[in-house]
Ligand binder design. Structure first.
Ligand SMILES: [Zn+2]
Length: 356
């Protein structure tokens, strides 16, 4: 029999959940499932720190495994669990006894687009599932937006490590700070950054404020996150375009106009500029057409066009506008306040409904 050593990590979140087996110069990290599956929040709380430690392990002869312990109360196969297992497999985690506990075969994700599609599907089944969002920016960068405290930090950590395995180029992770809540655990950050693919940016009030004061077209991570939370993934409100690279966050009450409100403090202005109710996802065409007031949104959510344009322009507008009615969930009281501000100098009688 060959000699081996086992070390149990009893620090912090890992209490009793990580064993490190050292055997013939190889280090095997074994993470154990939680015994009681109570909620999605508690079910993966040990694993990310085990994964981070494994990644930061300097011995190149290493492996990370996951071992299911019999669960007393829960179900291992909810959509969320399957998603997490697939991320773990993508991050090269070896499952030691999945056959005993899972009916379906767990496959790794092949591309970041696979992950985006899977998340979309989960969200459409459970719209309350608001955690991390993955999308692409106008310059084709893969972007991850996430709250990085509480339960979401587990998902964000595993997601970033998994994506590092399959992304073809640099990925941006935006940590959305709120109310001074803590960021990703230091070890997670170190592990993610050590893989060299995901670059971490922090979005906080100070950074947002500088951006707000210097630019009229706010390219703010917080604003993008607010829109993702309210509206879901990038999709134009007035057509079928959902190509994220050409979908923009369009302010209803424009940033330049908010800045001119002298009776408001800078902080109040910033709040208005970052509010998810003050925005729509629009494709570049619909965004521009709205900004130059060729299009106008009525308070009932109906999109109308300016009558004093050419017949060919009207024809074109009808051809690109496949939906001229905003969804009811979008038209909140907050949204209407911004819309009234926008429309105050754009008389409704100059506009007409789209007819098809
Ligand atoms: Zn559009």
């Amino acid at each position: 029999m060959t000699e081996y050593t086992i070390e149990f990590d009893n620090e912090g979140y890992n209490i009793g959940r990580l064993a490190i087996l050292e055997y013939q110069y190889k280090k095997v990290y074994i993470s154990f499932s939680e015994i009681e599956i109570r909620s999605r929040n508690s079910s993966f709380q040990s694993f990310p720190s085990a994964l981070s430690r494994y990644i930061l392990e300097e011995n190149p002869n290493k492996e990370i495994c996951f071992y299911f312990l019999p669960d007393v109360t829960g179900n291992f196969e909810t959509a969320y669990f399957i998603f997490m297992y697939r991320l773990m497999k993508t991050a090269n985690v070896k499952f030691l006894n999945e056959d005993e506990y899972l009916d379906q075969q767990i496959l790794p994700f092949i591309t970041p687009e696979d992950i985006i599609a899977h998340k979309d599907k989960m969200r459409s089944r459970n719209p309350a599932n608001k955690s991390t969002y993955i999308t692409r920016s106008s310059d084709n960068k893969l972007q991850i937006f996430g709250k990085t405290y509480g339960a979401n930090k587990y998902e964000t950590t595993i997601l970033c490590i998994a994506i590092s395995e399959i992304a073809a180029s640099e990925v941006e992770l935006y940590e959305i700070e709120e109310g001074g809540l803590t960021k990703l655990p230091q070890k997670s950050k170190e592990a993610i950054e050590s893989l060299g693919i995901v670059k971490i940016y922090t979005s906080n009030r100070t950074i947002e404020r500088v951006d707000f004061e210097e630019n009229n077209s706010l390219r703010s991570a917080r604003y993008t996150y607010s829109l993702l939370e309210k509206l879901g993934d990038k999709k134009c409100a007035f057509c079928t375009c959902e190509i994220p690279q050409i979908i923009e966050g369009a302010h209803v009450w424009a940033v330049a106009d908010i800045k001119r409100e002298n009776q408001l403090t800078q902080d109040e202005k910033l709040d208005l500029a970052l509010d998810g109710d003050n925005g729509l996802w629009l494709c570049q065409n619909h965004h521009k057409l709205l900004d130059v007031s060729i299009l106008r949104i009525s308070e009932n959510g109906l999109l109308k066009y300016r009558t004093q344009i050419s017949e060919s322009a009207k024809k074109y507008l009808r051809s690109i506008t496949t939906n001229s009615q905003l969804q009811r969930e979008v038209i909140t009281d907050g949204f209407l306040r911004y819309l009234r501000k926008r429309n105050q100098n754009i008389p409704e009688e100059l506009y007409r409904e789209m007819r098809y």
